[in-house]
Design a protein. Structure first.
Length: 242
């Protein structure tokens, strides 16, 4: 084995590792959310009073903190990785603006999640044991409204990913209709959370399922194309359909 070959092997291994990162992040996003919802944390109504919030969380502080750490902490990191990876692939395919939109909205949604993690930690470890009913209710309502704002950011990200799937070869085209459907459901549930309207907010169950499928599907199917490869693929596709 020559010295040149030996130096190329680590670089190839690094490339393979980087190419698998979006898939791992996409899968990790769903795993974090499903695990967070499976720990047995209570789920009070979005319009619950401070007394109801304290009563619901008082005996379930451990599971609730685990849920926050997984769904708002770990899942946010995975989401940011997928969004940045899509932006990188889109740039290589000549869709820089669409990629920047995906990264911008995805990272913004992740930041909101981390803010929610901080507020949730204060609520569960400070306000609930101290039985500060008024502040607990206000913080819980703020968390729900932040969740609503995050849903609108995720809806915008879904539209940007759909546009990337339609305009480039980095993502399969079937992600586009799924992205538009996800955006509509997220907008509906997000409005319910911002208005603290339980009826409208219940759309989150549909939106949540679609979101997991969309983010995971995006991460798994994302192609990291080398420089020049997108043009080659596009030329082949043009000859095929001409």
């Amino acid at each position: 084995m020559t010295t040149e070959t030996m130096t190329k092997l680590p670089a190839r291994a690094v490339r393979r590792s980087l190419m698998s990162l979006p898939a791992a992040a996409g899968i990790g996003y769903s795993v974090a959310w499903i695990a967070g919802l499976s720990v047995g944390a209570p789920n009070p109504s979005v319009s619950a009073s401070g007394a109801q919030v304290v009563a619901a969380f008082a005996r379930h502080r451990g599971p609730t903190m685990t849920m926050f750490a997984l769904a708002e902490g770990a899942a946010a990191i995975a989401l940011a990785i997928v969004a940045i990876s899509v932006a990188s692939a889109a740039r290589r395919c000549g869709a820089r603006l669409a990629g920047l939109a995906v990264a911008g909205f995805g990272i913004a949604a992740a930041v909101v999640s981390w803010i929610e993690l901080g507020l949730g930690t204060w609520l569960i470890n400070g306000l609930v044991p101290g039985r500060r009913l008024g502040t607990a209710g206000a913080v819980y309502h703020a968390l729900n409204r932040l969740d609503g704002a995050k849903m609108f950011l995720l809806a915008a990200m879904a539209v940007a990913v759909a546009a990337t799937a339609l305009r480039t070869v980095s993502l399969p085209r079937w992600l586009a209709p799924l992205g538009f459907l996800l955006a509509a459901s997220l907008a509906a549930s997000g409005l319910g959370y911002i208005l603290l309207a339980p009826g409208i907010a219940s759309a989150v169950f549909v939106a949540g399922f679609l979101l997991l499928a969309f983010v995971t599907g995006t991460g798994i199917t994302l192609r990291h194309l080398r420089d020049g490869e997108p043009d080659l693929i596009n030329r082949r596709q043009s000859r095929r359909f001409s």
